[in-house]
Design a protein around this ligand. Structure first.
Ligand code: GLN
Length: 194
């Protein structure tokens, strides 16, 4: 199994280190031609507008959609969750998304006064306990989900993790904790369970 991490901007190195700690082959993805060999792709946190512009410049939008159709699982963290969403609220006027997951995501939703914070979230489906330490950095929230989407975690009533078949979105940063359980969930349950 090879998992790619989109390595254009943002926290891609931390995802690669977390996957390697789980003994999964992790590939930094810088060109669309690399997508063909992947069982799953992580789109990391960072700045969704910057990652989106680079995805456009390198021609990633259609190849990611095509590889997803061909069976590649996808996980978006934070900015990555914005990029996989069907609808982006508080987007920049020209901001694009992949429009793969039936979710509406609001950018910077937790507000400037709490730009970044940590909080325990209840994340259903993880090994051991459901409690997981969420690291939120200028995080969006998932404002609404379509009928085929399972809500996996909430914080203060807001949806912060969701799954639709072979796609996962988390608005916090599991790669910035020492706890590999969300990565294991993606690898074993979502990629491995298809
Ligand atoms: N606020 C950022 C955005 O809109 C996301 C922040 C993050 O990925 N940590 O892209």
């Amino acid at each position: 199994m090879r998992i790619g991490v989109l390595a254009l901007q943002g926290a891609f190195r931390e995802h690669i280190m977390m996957l390697e700690a789980l003994e999964v082959t992790a590939v930094p993805v810088r060109q669309p031609a690399q997508l063909g060999e992947l069982s799953g792709l992580i789109i990391p946190g960072g700045e969704s507008t910057a990652i989106g512009k680079l995805m456009d410049a390198y021609g990633f939008y259609d190849p990611i959609r095509q590889q997803h159709d061909a069976g590649m699982a996808i996980w978006g963290t934070c900015a990555g969750a914005i990029l996989v969403a069907h609808e982006v609220l508080d987007a920049l006027p020209d901001q694009q998304s992949l429009d793969l997951m039936d979710i509406a995501v609001r950018r910077n939703a937790f507000g400037r006064q709490v730009d970044s914070f940590e909080a325990d979230v209840d994340f259903s489906g993880l090994d051991g306990s459901d409690e997981y330490r969420g690291v939120f950095i200028r995080a969006p929230w998932i404002e609404s989900v379509g009928v085929g989407v399972e809500i996996l975690a909430r914080h203060d009533g807001e949806i912060v993790a969701a799954r639709q078949q072979d796609m996962l979105a988390t608005v916090f940063h599991p790669e910035l904790t020492g706890d590999p359980r969300v990565h294991r969930y993606f690898v074993e349950t979502i990629v491995g369970g298809r």
